[in-house]
Ligand binder design. Sequence first.
Ligand code: ZN
Length: 169
Amino acid sequence: MAVLDIIEIPDERLREQSERVAEFDDALKEQTRDLFDTLRATKGIGLSAPQAGIFKRIILVHVPDDDFGERLYINPEILSKSKSRYVQESCLSVPGIEGNVVRCTRLKVRAQDINGEVKEFDVDGLHAVCVQHELDHLDGVLFTDRLSWFKKLRLKMASGPNAGLSRAA
Ligand code: ZN
């Protein structure tokens, strides 16, 4: 069992583009086991490999008590989406921040399993929302990027106190 450290902002590694998994070998199985150990230890509902310093397209989702159980998606792609709505989110890599993000609540996802077999999944509810959140991590996107007020705050901070912006706009 290995619980990995979670990378937190402002660590720039969270902005990396993760690579597709090509080798479905024992090393991948071990990394996946470590990621599940890490997810269980954090008591989160989802984890992407890059949050734990593994820059591969692997996500884990486990919403307690839903019908989908503990799921592993390797090289995930969203094939189709339903209409969207605002959902409150937070992130293990962005401690202390919550915000409402627009997400689809029903998805068809294509992904590979631990043996490289391609499968399609229909998911909904919080599980579907979590898939989108974790998939964003694989492309270096954080949920805060989707919060207009957070972006404005960062812009203001980046511009400094003397930059002439009396208020974020
Ligand atoms: Zn996250």
